[in-house]
Design a protein around this ligand. Structure first.
Ligand code: OGA
Ligand code: MN
Length: 286
């Protein structure tokens, strides 16, 4: 199988065609995809027709699929434990999935736990007609590579707390208290710079802006340093925005990519199935 691949934008992302992910991939194709992924950070496949098992099998070429976090507020469905439903659709008075219709602010998946997922795949089963519901991805290697020297010096040895109280949709998680002092927020601590285990490149690792806190600084100093880093990072030139079509699979690397989502009209239906994984499987090294 010969796959074709074109850049999705100047910033990051590759649109890959001539591959049917519902079929078993040969090792040559898998190797080619692992290389494309390491070099482009986000893989985009259009026009796929995938079962949950196909999505899990494809994802497993890049790591080990994790069990989806369970939320009691979501309708129980007969789907494999590796699949999370991301949707606003209601059935029997309950949402069938997570994250509603609102904006999702810039974030990296699961950065509020000590060992976050390394990658996530999102497969579009039903999409909003739009405008709205687009998902943007940001190249955190580029954000690092272009840091002004004085800003780099201020953050290179710093560690931040990644608050676990709220979802990327801004909803307070069940059982957690509102954050009134960011220096006391629960969550996980990660260095602001991280080395990617496959590419060896350094990336900024910010998680999300709300309730973030840089350790060992006063809250006002942490806020102003975070504002400076975030305003450098969230430049359009580092971003690719994906306009979804049914049958798209977008697969991204949380170790070097942040993402966000535009809100969409509550009258629209959007159903995505997601995998999340740890890059434990042996695979391509740069
Ligand atoms: C996610 C996520 C974005 C979207 O599933 O982690 O951020 O467009 N989804 O729904
Ligand atoms: Mn996310």
């Amino acid at each position: 199988m010969t796959i074709s691949c074109i850049p999705a934008s100047d910033a990051l992302g590759a649109v890959i065609s001539d591959v049917d992910l519902a079929k078993t991939l040969d090792s040559e194709t898998v190797g080619a995809l692992q290389k494309i992924w390491a070099e482009n950070l986000v893989m985009i496949f259009r026009g796929q027709s995938l079962s949950d098992d196909d999505l899990i099998r494809f994802s497993s070429h890049f790591g080990e699929c994790e069990k989806a976090p369970i939320g009691d507020s979501v309708l129980e469905q007969d789907i494999p434990p590796e699949i999370t439903v991301v949707s606003n659709v209601m059935e029997d008075g309950k949402p069938i999935g997570f994250l509603g219709t609102g904006e999702l602010t810039w974030h990296t998946d699961m950065s509020y736990i000590p060992e976050p997922s390394d990658a996530s795949g999102l497969y579009a089963i039903e999409v909003a007609d739009g405008p709205g519901g687009e998902t943007s991805f940001l190249n955190m290697y580029s954000a690092y590579d272009t840091l002004p020297a004085d800003l780099l010096a201020k953050i290179e040895d710093r560690t931040a707390n990644h608050d676990s109280s709220y979802t990327s949709a801004g909803t307070l998680r069940t059982g957690l208290a509102e954050v009134t002092d960011v220096s006391k927020a629960p969550g996980a601590r990660h260095r602001l710079l991280r080395t990617h285990p496959v590419t060896g490149r350094t990336a900024l690792y910010l998680g999300r802006r709300p309730n973030s806190y840089i350790l060992d600084l006063s809250v006002p100093d942490s806020e102003s340093l975070l504002d400076e880093v975030w305003s450098h990072t969230t430049q359009d030139k580092f971003v690719y925005t994906h306009r979804w079509e049914k049958g798209d699979l977008v697969f991204w690397d949380n170790r070097c990519v942040m993402h966000r989502r535009e809100p969409f009209d509550a009258g629209e239906r959007r159903i995505m199935h997601r995998t999340q994984l740890k890059g434990a499987a042996p695979f391509y090294r740069a």
